[in-house]
Design a protein around this ligand. Structure first.
Ligand SMILES: [Zn+2]
Length: 133
């Protein structure tokens, strides 16, 4: 016996997320029942099992939760290596992956306060950049 397929109202598509990034906005899902944010998008709220979603635009501030230095890059990014990819815990509580810019590698640290900046918005998918604040 299988459970009925969950139907979510207002589910954010990853395409919609990246369209926001191209316009300089970080838009994520917010549960209309409990207010929890979900990124990546989820059909069912992990906090309350709600299935109705609205949107919230993040303010852009966060802190580095994890990072890695890419020294062997994909072919199209070879000229940019070494560069830093970071998981950033946003002030609102969700985490986003992006490029960390302008931070000397000997100053990389978990907890570094950063702010999202437009970067490579024409890429496919577009890339979120973060700079120290
Ligand atoms: Zn919820």
């Amino acid at each position: 016996m299988t459970a009925p397929a969950a139907t979510a109202d207002g589910l954010l598509t990853i395409g919609e997320f990246f369209a926001g990034v191209r316009e300089g906005r970080l838009v994520v899902q917010r549960c209309e029942r409990c207010g929890a944010l979900a990124m990546p998008p989820k059909a069912i709220c992990p906090e309350c099992e709600g299935t109705r979603w609205g949107r919230v635009t993040l303010g852009g501030d966060g802190e580095v939760a994890s990072y890695t230095v890419i020294r062997v890059a994909p072919a199209r990014l070879t000229v940019e290596a070494p560069y830093v990819i970071a998981v950033v815990r946003m002030a609102e509580g969700v985490s986003l992956l992006g490029r960390l810019l302008g931070v000397p590698h000997d100053q990389l640290a978990v907890g570094l306060p950063v702010r999202a900046v437009p970067l490579a918005a024409d890429g496919d998918p577009p890339v979120i950049g973060f700079r120290r604040r």
